[in-house]
Design a protein around this ligand. Structure first.
Ligand SMILES: [Zn+2]
Length: 296
């Protein structure tokens, strides 16, 4: 009986000592870390750790130097639209197709295909828009409206619309970026612009002309974005006729990513899309944005 009482007293004293220790200690005990008050702090810390530090100028320069150092001696062997690491289709077991529209910007590239976009809005067709910096500057009001529309996902189509090379290769006569530093600027400067204007950091990057070498692909990933191309050529730089575009729609299958352009209102992309979309709907396809499914 006595032993039991002593044991009870000892346990009470130990409990008090532990409580006293926690009261004095500035550190939160582990069992309190799941409390409501501490959760937001943890989330914020985690976000800081995982997000690429591209919106802090000094950190950005540090990271750029590190990445240049890391990749400067790598010699790329491939050059094209389908180099390893470039994502080209959705991953799902459903009949889904992603329509992607590039806005390339620059001389002859700053147009806005209002008919096309108004059609997508009127039919509630979701789409992913790859937008270049120069196009944003030339169409700021429109860009902000598109970014606000939940049908559309805004992604990164580069700063100067250059093929993404670490040694200055060109595509379609357009000179590519000359080194790792230029690759970083081509991705980051537009990424930052989009983030500042929309509050959302792009997840996906498509280079000007859709050409890459495999080292540049690795750099895009290092910067926190995924390079994305397509497996169906929708309008070949807005050069296809309406009938050619309709034919391209028939090449789409489950999980296809189709590339079109939204910056050539004078061409036939809108007419082709307006004829092709109802056909796929009739075949039971659903249109989705890139971020709705994993990509491969
Ligand atoms: Zn483009």
């Amino acid at each position: 009986m006595r032993e039991l009482r002593w044991a009870g007293l000892a346990a009470a004293a130990a409990a008090m000592a532990i409580m006293f220790f926690f009261a004095l200690s500035s550190q939160e005990p582990a069992w309190r870390s799941s409390s409501k008050e501490s959760k937001p702090i943890q989330t914020a810390d985690k976000a800081l750790q995982t997000k690429p530090a591209i919106h802090n100028e000094a950190k950005r320069e540090d990271l750029k130097r590190d990445i240049v150092r890391q990749f400067q001696h790598e010699a790329p062997k491939q050059w094209g639209e389908y180099v390893p690491g470039v994502l080209t289709h959705l991953v799902s077991d459903k009949k889904v197709v992603a329509l992607t529209f590039d806005a390339c910007g620059g001389t002859n590239g700053n147009g806005y295909d209002r008919k096309l976009i108004d059609y997508l809005i009127s039919q509630r067709i979701p789409a992913t828009l790859f937008i270049n910096s120069r196009w944003i500057d030339a169409n700021l009001k429109t860009f902000l409206e598109l970014a606000k529309n939940p049908l559309f996902e805004i992604e990164n189509h580069g700063t100067e619309h250059r093929p993404l090379s670490i040694n200055g290769k060109s595509a379609y006569g357009i000179p590519g970026t000359k080194n790792a530093g230029e690759v970083i600027d081509e991705v980051w400067v537009n990424s930052q612009k989009i983030k500042q204007l929309t509050g959302r950091t792009p997840k996906y990057f498509r280079s000007g002309t859709a050409y890459y070498d495999e080292v540049a692909v690795k750099i895009v990933k290092e910067l926190g974005e995924q390079p994305v191309n397509f497996n169906v050529l929708g309008d070949a730089g807005a050069t296809f006729s309406k009938n050619q575009i309709v034919k391209q729609f028939s090449k789409a299958g489950p999980n296809s990513i189709i590339i079109f352009h939204m910056n050539h209102p004078e061409k036939q992309t809108a007419d082709g899309v307006m004829a092709g979309v109802p056909r796929l709907l009739k075949e039971g396809y659903q249109f989705v944005r890139l971020e709705d499914y994993p990509l491969q």
